[in-house]
Design a protein around this ligand. Structure first.
Ligand code: ASP
Length: 350
């Protein structure tokens, strides 16, 4: 009888031990599989234009205002990605925040052409299929980046310009505004100042682009599914001649995305960026020469463009989530936020 009790106690004990073991194993399996699944990287990088900006010329309040908008744009795009949204949506949403701010040369706050108009250019590209959409010389579209996306998704074309693009916008129910919506006093004064130097034939002033300040906006993103996208939006350059189109809406010049390499948006003196096919050149260096994103971007922005005195910069993200933001001007409004917890917003070189 005693022996029977002893056996019962032992088997009960063993039963309890096995239950504990089963729980412990299942818990540790769970833990180790958690550690084994690498979280997929995602991230977003933006610019608000490169140019001759120096800390001494900005008040503390101005710096804070720019940083606040850059942070707001980054937060918007990052939240799209964090919730599993596409790189394309993140790029569009981020650029809308910047287009709606009068601080940047895109949408409201765009610079003026020589004949006192605001003519806007924008482009967007989907790195997963190399689809792209662009608009140029539009004067009544509140958010040109939305129209660029509609051109990509709702038409058979890549680029639409001027009045035709605006008719298409109306068909697509894209918000139309009066051209006066884009006007800001600061941009108007900048045009008057350049015109005065033009009248005085002050070539050194004009050639150095002291007051162009650029100010285009752009964004590149990598989503949780490994897709890349890029977009750019601008009013172009102050005092540009009527009908002038810059690099921004030209795919491969100011805007480019390819899932095999990276997504890029440029800002700077557009004519140089067109002639050097800057963003495609960077992607091609990665694709054909196996350069890293940083090496490729530096090669083009800090060597090729510098040799030609083509002022500006690019922002980019590659398929692994690496970020680059080189510029050869004094400053560039820029920032990024990545899924590894890094977040930066900067204006000047330091
Ligand atoms: N790249 C733009 C253009 O030339 C200007 C800028 O980036 O600010 O139109």
């Amino acid at each position: 009888m005693n022996k029977f009790l002893e056996l019962k106690t032992i088997s009960l004990f063993l039963f309890l031990i096995s239950i504990i073991l089963v729980f412990w194993c299942s818990d540790s399996t769970h833990k180790s599989s958690d550690a084994e699944i690498p979280s997929k990287p995602f991230g977003i990088v933006i610019h608000g234009g490169a140019g001759n900006m120096e800390r001494a010329n900005y008040s503390v309040e101005q710096i804070a205002a720019y940083k606040e908008r850059l942070n707001a744009a980054l937060t918007k795009g990052y939240s799209v990605l964090e919730n599993g949204g596409t790189a394309l949506d993140a790029v569009e949403q981020t650029i809308i925040v910047l287009e709606n701010s009068p601080l940047f040369n895109a949408g409201k706050g765009a610079v003026f052409t020589n004949n006192g108009l605001n003519e806007l250019d924008a482009a967007i590209m989907d790195g997963s299929n190399l689809n792209a959409g662009a608009v140029a010389g539009v004067t009544t579209i509140k958010n040109p980046i939305k129209l660029a996306r509609a051109v990509m998704e709702k038409s058979k074309h890549v680029m639409m310009i001027g009045k035709g693009a605006e008719i298409f916008a109306a068909e697509q129910n894209i918000e139309i505004v009066d051209p006066s919506y884009f006007r800001t006093e600061e941009r108007w004064k900048a045009l008057q100042k350049i015109k005065m130097h033009e009248q005085n034939k002050d070539e050194s002033y004009l050639n150095n682009n002291y007051d162009y300040k650029f100010g285009t906006v752009g964004c590149a993103a990598l989503d949780i599914n490994g897709n890349l996208a890029a977009g750019t939006s601008t009013g172009g350059m102050t005092n540009k001649k009527y009908g002038r189109v810059g690099d921004v809406p030209i795919i491969g010049a100011g805007t480019y995305a390819n899932n095999n390499t990276c997504a890029l948006s440029a800002t700077g003196h557009g004519e140089f960026f067109i002639r050097n096919v800057v963003t495609h050149d960077i992607s091609a260096l990665m694709e054909y020469k196996n350069l890293s994103l940083k090496e490729a971007a530096n090669e083009v922005v800090m060597k090729k463009l510098v040799q030609q005195k083509g002022g500006g910069g690019v922002i980019g993200i590659d398929k692994a989530g690496n970020i680059t933001m080189p510029f050869n001007t004094k400053g560039m409004f820029r920032g990024f936020k990545t899924s590894d917890g890094k977040s930066v917003v900067k204006i000047f070189r330091d």
